[in-house]
Design a protein around this ligand. Structure first.
Ligand SMILES: Cc1cc2nc3c(=O)[nH]c(=O)nc-3n(C[C@H](O)[C@H](O)[C@H](O)COP(=O)(O)OP(=O)(O)OC[C@H]3O[C@@H](n4cnc5c(N)ncnc54)[C@H](O)[C@@H]3O)c2cc1C
Length: 442
């Protein structure tokens, strides 16, 4: 043992300042505390400021608007006088644009992206997903170097992502058929892009689940393509186009359990002629384009639902300090303390994993992002979020079941996340396929 270390453990020595050993200015019974995003190392000042602005936006703009929208009918949510549009206006005023994100150093962009969607999820998950789906056409255009499309559809133009179909849900995310059953076949796709002429011609429909589907002004569609040999869902087309083209119509907004602030609905295509310039990826690039959007979207889901889980854990922690039962504030009951411990542990896991995945997938040195890791983030964070919101409700007891308290909404919002962006079970099957090493199979 070095001299310094020997002195450090000598309790009779009180002149700690003279030692080389670490100086701990701790109280007798130390108790650490977290930053607003948990056990996060100090952020650069401008990012910490950005986070504070977003936290303020989440609490003071998103929460009250999200609560109002949650109680409205789907038609009222998208009506002209809906508070949704007030949210949208205020979000745009924050000035977070795809272009600004793309100009940042990759690692900084990844951190900002994480914080943006964590904080939006902390405010209201349905509105957070509306923002996320809303920028997918622009985000993917920029990622593919198609700044001409980004210029035509800047951030103010609300976007949507049409991929799933009435007859095809999780399987539309699986064109390589990694998760498909060995028996049976895909069947007929519901939307087909005819690529045989000068213009692209779209016929068919997308599912009732397209987020922002009824209100979006630009769409990024993923669908089967026909190059003259019939529709092929494995070698499809990715197209970014305005939603006011002749032949496009929309269904009714969907009425659902959670994320009710998020509008969803079908899109129908009747001989829609689309100029070729809107083709982002053709059959040769289709699997790459799908891999790209799936890696982005799954990681983004990880951030949003880490944010929602944190909001639920904090609400439960506050409540446990207020509610008295069994003669004491319930925070003193061991079962409540341990429940809260595991809730915060899961929040930390979700956030740490998702930030790590985003940092990796955005690292300039990484040639191909890891979809498998994005799937880890999505499945972990959404499963944790469901468990945390459910545990939070348990801590609220009967009050948690009522609309007087925020928890039942958080649980409903969380439940959808295990289906949204691909059912977690199917994602795990597909992700597992990425672990197969053909060389080791001999
Ligand atoms: C809130 C929300 C937002 C959404 N946003 C969008 C959007 O913006 N754009 C869009 O296009 N879609 C969107 N979706 C649709 C979403 O991606 C699909 O709901 C999801 O992929 C599941 O498809 P499905 O509902 O058709 O279920 P199905 O695919 O029919 O699955 C039904 C059940 O069968 C199981 N199953 C299916 N296939 C397999 C398999 N191969 N192996 C094992 N089990 C299987 C599933 O796990 C599930 O339990 C959204 C959905 C939600 C809930």
């Amino acid at each position: 043992m070095s001299n310094a270390a020997a002195q450090a453990v000598d309790s009779s020595n009180t002149d700690y300042r003279n030692l080389d050993a670490p100086v701990y200015n701790w109280p007798d019974v130390p108790k650490g505390s977290f930053t607003i995003t948990g056990a996060e190392a100090t952020l650069p000042e401008h990012i910490a400021e950005f986070q504070k602005t977003l936290r303020d936006f989440a609490i003071n703009v998103m929460r009250p608007i999200g609560l109002k929208l949650d109680k409205m009918t789907p038609e009222e949510v998208i009506a002209e006088d809906s508070p949704y549009w007030e949210f949208r206006k205020k979000y745009l005023e924050l000035g977070v644009t795809v272009e600004a994100m793309m100009e940042l150093e990759p690692n900084e962009a990844a951190l900002l992206f994480s914080i943006l969607f964590e904080e939006l999820g902390y405010g209201d998950a349905g509105l957070a997903i509306s923002v996320a789906a809303g920028i997918l056409p622009q985000w993917l255009s920029a990622k593919f170097g198609r700044m001409d499309l980004y210029k035509e559809f800047p951030d103010e133009v609300l976007g949507c992502w049409g991929i799933t179909e009435p007859d095809h849900g999780s399987d539309t995310l699986d064109p390589s058929k990694a998760a498909a059953s060995p028996v049976g076949d895909y069947g007929r796709p519901n939307l087909v892009a005819d690529l045989t002429g000068d213009d692209i011609v779209l016929n068919g429909q997308k599912s009732a689940w397209v987020s922002n589907g009824v209100i979006a002004d630009v769409c990024i569609v993923y669908c089967a393509a026909d190059v003259g040999n019939g529709p092929d869902p494995t070698r499809g087309a990715t197209i970014v186009f305005p939603m006011n083209l002749p032949g496009i119509s929309r269904g009714k907004p969907l009425d659902k359990l959670g994320q009710r602030a998020l509008n969803q609905g079908e899109i129908f295509f009747d001989n829609v002629k689309i100029p070729r310039k809107y083709l982002l990826a053709g059959p040769e690039d289709y699997q790459r384009a799908l891999y790209c959007i799936h890696s982005e979207a799954n990681a983004l889901m990880g951030s949003v639902f880490a944010g929602l889980a944190q909001a639920a854990a904090e609400a439960a922690l506050d409540y446990a300090h207020e509610r008295k039962a069994g003669g004491v504030k319930i925070i003193h009951h061991q079962s409540v303390k341990t429940r809260l411990f595991h809730m915060f542990r899961k929040v930390e896991v979700s956030r740490a994993l998702t930030r790590r995945v985003l940092a990796y997938n955005n690292d300039a040195a990484v040639a191909v992002p890891s979809l498998c890791s994005a799937m880890f983030a999505k499945t972990t964070s959404t499963q944790n979020c469901f468990e945390v919101t459910s545990d939070a409700l348990q801590i609220f007891g009967g009050n948690g079941l009522t609309k007087e308290y925020p928890i039942e909404k958080m649980l409903r919002d969380a439940r959808a996340s295990m289906i949204e962006d691909g059912c977690n079970e199917v994602i795990a099957i597909k992700g597992g396929a990425y672990l197969i090493d053909e060389d080791k199979l001999g």
